[in-house]
Write a protein that binds this ligand. Structure first.
Ligand code: ADE
Ligand code: ZN
Length: 335
C-alpha cells in the first residue's frame, strides 16, 4: 500500500534518469562520455554536494527543446502518480538552461505542458523557480525579470546549488521583489552550511519553508524558532546519505526533528541520482531509522500542511492519509 504524500523538494532536472539522458543525447546529438546506462549509473557516487552538482549540470546539456522539457516533466508526473504523490511543488533551474542557449520560454512551456498530461491518479502540480546561488544576486535578479512575463506558470522562488560561501542574505533584493509579486519563497539552507544560513533564510529572505535545514538541529534557539513559527523543513534522507551530509542513515537527525515536534517532511531531492523516489525515502527511514507507522503518518500529514495548495485540497489529502493508516491491520505495513 502507498502513502499519499506531497513532494515539496524535488528538482525536475534531478529526475533525469540515465535512460532518458541517453535518449535525449541521441535526439539532440549531444556527446556523452558513455551511452551505456549501467556505466552512467555507476558514476552516481558523490563525495559531496559539489561533486554531485558537477555531474548534474553536465548532464543538463542534453535538454535543448520544449519537447525535451515536456518529456522530462511528463515522465516524473507519471512516476509520481504511481507512487502515491498527490501534490508536487517542483523546482526548476532556468539559469542552467538559458546559459546553455535554451530559450526560457521553451523551458517553462515544455515543463508546463508535461505536467498537464493526464494520469490515472491525479497529481496536483506547481513549479517553483530556483536561482543558482553560486551565480550571484545580479544574475538572480536578471533571471527574475526575464521570468516575470511567465509569472502565471510558477508559484514561488527558491535558492539552490553550491551553498557554502553563498549565504541567503546575498539574495535579499530578489526575494523582496518576489514577495512584492505575491510569490511564495523557499530556500535551501542548512544542507551543507550551518544554522546561520537558516536564520538568514528566515529573517532576511522571509522564507515560508526551509529546504533541507538538517543543520538547524545544531542550534537550540533556531529549533525553538522553527517550532514556534511552524516553519516546515523539506528533508531529503537518501540525498543526505548520498552527498555525505550525514555519514550513514543511522546518524540522520530526522528522528530528533520529529521528537522536537518540527514540521518535518520527507522528499527525494534528485531521485535519479540518489537512489530513490519519495516512497523509497519513506521506506528507507522506516527500515533504517526504525520509524513507526505513526511517525510515517505524521510525516505524510506534515507534507500536506506544508504545501502551498488550497486549504480544501490539503484537508482532502490529509483525510486520505488518515484513512490509509486507519485501514492498516496488525502486522500489515505500508512500505
Ligand atoms: N540542486 C539540485 N539538488 C540540489 C541540492 N541537494 N542542493 C543544492 N542544490 C541542488
Ligand atoms: Zn534540493
Amino acid at each position: 500500500m502507498l502513502i499519499p504524500t506531497a513532494e515539496l523538494h524535488i528538482h525536475i532536472e534531478g529526475t533525469l534518469e540515465p535512460e532518458m539522458l541517453v535518449q535525449l543525447a541521441r535526439r539532440n546529438q549531444v556527446p556523452l562520455p558513455t551511452y551505456d546506462v549501467e556505466e552512467l549509473r555507476a558514476r552516481y557516487r558523490f563525495g559531496d554536494l559539489q561533486a554531485f552538482l558537477d555531474l548534474y549540470y553536465a548532464n543538463l546539456q542534453v535538454l535543448r527543446t520544449a519537447e525535451d522539457f515536456h518529456d522530462l516533466a511528463a515522465a516524473y508526473l507519471h512516476r509520481a502518480a504511481s507512487r502515491g504523490v498527490r501534490r508536487a511543488e517542483i523546482f526548476f533551474d532556468p539559469q542552467a538552461h538559458v546559459n546553455h542557449g535554451v530559450p526560457l520560454e521553451a523551458v517553462i512551456e515544455g515543463l508546463t505542458a508535461g505536467l498537464a498530461e493526464p494520469t490515472d491518479q491525479p497529481v496536483s502540480t506547481d513549479l517553483i523557480l530556483c536561482f543558482l546561488r553560486d551565480l550571484g544576486p545580479e544574475a538572480a535578479g536578471e533571471m527574475f525579470r526575464a521570468a516575470l512575463p511567465f509569472r502565471e506558470h510558477f508559484i514561488g522562488i527558491g535558492l539552490d546549488s553550491a551553498e557554502v560561501g553563498h549565504p541567503p542574505a546575498m539574495f535579499r533584493e530578489v526575494y523582496a521583489a518576489a514577495a512584492a509579486e505575491g510569490l511564495h519563497r523557499v530556500a535551501h539552507a542548512g544542507e551543507e552550511a550551518g544554522p546561520d544560513y537558516v536564520w538568514e533564510a528566515l529573517d532576511v529572505l522571509g522564507v515560508a519553508r526551509v529546504d533541507h535545514g538538517i543543520r538547524a538541529m545544531e542550534d537550540a534557539a533556531l529549533v525553538d524558532r522553527l517550532r514556534a513559527d511552524r516553519i516546515p523543513l523539506t528533508v531529503c534522507p537518501l540525498s543526505n546519505v548520498s552527498l555525505r551530509t550525514v555519514d550513514t542513515m543511522a546518524d540522520h537527525v530526522l528522528p530528533a526533528m520529529l521528537d522536537e515536534n518540527l514540521v518535518v517532511t520527507i522528499n527525494s531531492d534528485d531521485p535519479a541520482y540518489f537512489g530513490g523516489y519519495v516512497d523509497d525515502n519513506y521506506a528507507a527511514v522506516k527500515a533504517q531509522l526504525g520509524l513507526s507507522d505513526t511517525h510515517l503518518r505524521t510525516l505524510a500529514l506534515n507534507s500536506f500542511d506544508a504545501c502551498f495548495a488550497p486549504e480544501a485540497d490539503r484537508e482532502r489529502w490529509k483525510s486520505e492519509v488518515r484513512a490509509t493508516f486507519a485501514g492498516l491491520g496488525p502486522g500489515s505495513s505500508l512500505t
